[in-house]
Design a protein around this ligand. Structure first.
Ligand SMILES: Cc1cc2nc3c(=O)[nH]c(=O)nc-3n(C[C@H](O)[C@H](O)[C@H](O)COP(=O)(O)OP(=O)(O)OC[C@H]3O[C@@H](n4cnc5c(N)ncnc54)[C@H](O)[C@@H]3O)c2cc1C
Length: 394
């Protein structure tokens, strides 16, 4: 069991920190509160790949770095402490590149992976729809065979990287009970994307993708027909670990800011850090931050071992995303009124953390996964949707 980064990992973390402080933060800080425009998003990602962000998971054979999930998670944790919006942009893109690496034909891989490995091509994963969130099986986006190709109609919403992506891996219904993945290519296909304003992580693009009777060639089908749901669901385990990584980074930033403020602010003739109740706040924050990081590290190590990792990834996702909200809220308390102003970073930490209890399975959905793993009984029951009842029975 190893709880500390290796010497090589420490050096990689230090290089990444220096790059982010010198090259990323000066560019993104003035634009924290709206989605990075496509040009900036592409420049940020391309600048980060050499530091292990954006193409770290891709195998070396596909042009990536082939990092372990633990090493990659450590790097993303550091990036998330400094710039979680950028971490979100990059991990979602990496997720799309991994789907291509796993399922793509040689032609699809040759077309997209070199650009993704270089951070020039941004990816995203489009599953959620206005009528289908927690229950993926309720999606209505339909792909109908049309000669040698397909016609797609539907709307995806709450999609990360929606207004900056070059390619999306998109889940569509291709039969009553059949779901298939497709590649949506901004250079090839006609569709609309729209940014949706949100509470936090505002630099990270988030919005909808809509298309109506869009004709696409069969060359853009990703993986076998009917394999889409299984593939989309299998990606959630890694995504949950990554939400936990980002949440842990935000908690760390909130803790660091609270400590610095508590040491520097005097009340009653002493630094507020000298007051025992403030130390109590800091100690609770430190315990929760550390616990979130350790659960996340365990989830990453499980992913590295291969096989299913539902239990550790869902546990890490639940705990880290909920803990980051509590830690950021306490950081505001330590700052007093300054904490609720936009003059200090802690209100942003709270808004950022609050985003993360929802994606890649809400806290409640992950609780159901943990419950299922503990008891062997699936409790995803829903009276109104026969599709949901089917999930529970499986
Ligand atoms: C920051 C962010 C990034 C995202 N990025 C992406 C992306 O890149 N791609 C993508 O496809 N989607 C993305 N999403 C969408 C996300 O996956 C969905 O929001 C999520 O699955 C929940 O769906 P919903 O919002 O429709 O909520 P709903 O499913 O409508 O749930 C509403 C509430 O009901 C609860 N609930 C639902 N079912 C049950 C149940 N069986 N038991 C108990 N409680 C239940 C939920 O926990 C929640 O509290 C993102 C969302 C966020 C916030």
């Amino acid at each position: 069991m190893e709880f500390e980064p290796s010497t090589e990992e420490r050096m990689a973390l230090e290089s990444l920190r220096r790059h982010v402080e010198a090259e990323v933060l000066p560019r993104v800080r003035p634009a924290w509160d709206r989605a990075f425009p496509p040009d900036l998003a592409h420049e940020l990602l391309a600048g980060l790949v050499d530091f292990g962000i954006g193409a770290g998971w891709l195998p070396e054979a596909d042009g990536g770095l082939g990092l372990s999930y633990v090493t990659s998670g450590l790097l993303y944790g550091e990036l998330s402490r400094l710039a979680p919006d950028v971490a979100g942009l990059a991990y979602v893109s990496e997720g799309a590149s991994m789907k291509l690496a796993r399922l793509g034909t040689p032609e699809q891989k040759a077309r997209y992976l070199p650009g993704m490995a270089a951070g020039r091509v941004i990816g995203c994963g489009a599953v959620t729809e206005p009528g289908a969130g927690s229950n993926v099986r309720q999606i209505r986006t339909r792909a109908v065979r049309d000669g040698g190709g397909w016609r797609l109609s539907g709307e995806k919403t709450f999609i990360s990287n929606a207004t900056v992506f070059d390619i999306a891996t998109l889940l569509a219904r291709t039969g009553e009970k059949e779901f298939t993945l497709f590649i949506l290519d901004r250079a090839e296909h006609r569709f609309e994307t729209r940014e949706i304003a949100k509470l936090g992580l505002n630099g990270w693009s988030f919005g909808s993708i809509s298309f109506d009777d869009l004709g696409i060639d069969d060359a853009f089908r990703l993986g076998p027909p009917g394999a889409g749901l299984r593939e989309a669901l299998s990606g959630f385990e890694r995504a949950r670990a990554w939400v936990a990584v980002i949440a842990s980074g935000i908690a760390r930033a909130a803790l660091d800011d609270a400590i610095a403020y508590a040491v520097g602010r005097d009340q009653f003739g002493a630094p507020i850090a000298a007051h025992q109740l403030v130390q109590g706040l800091l100690a609770d924050m430190a315990c929760e931050t550390e616990a979130a990081s350790l659960l996340t590290l365990k989830a990453l190590a499980s992913l590295d071992r291969g096989g299913r990792a539902d239990l550790p990834t869902s546990m890490a996702k639940i705990y880290a995303s909920e803990a980051a909200v509590r830690v950021a809220s306490k950081a505001i308390q330590v700052h007093g009124a300054s904490g609720v102003t936009r003059e200090f970073p802690v209100e942003r930490h709270l808004r950022n953390a609050r985003m993360l209890t929802i994606p890649d399975g809400t806290t409640q959905i992950n609780q159901l996964i943990v419950g299922r793993e503990l008891t062997g009984i699936a409790a995803f029951l829903g009276a109104r949707h026969p599709e949901t009842a089917r999930t529970a029975a499986e």
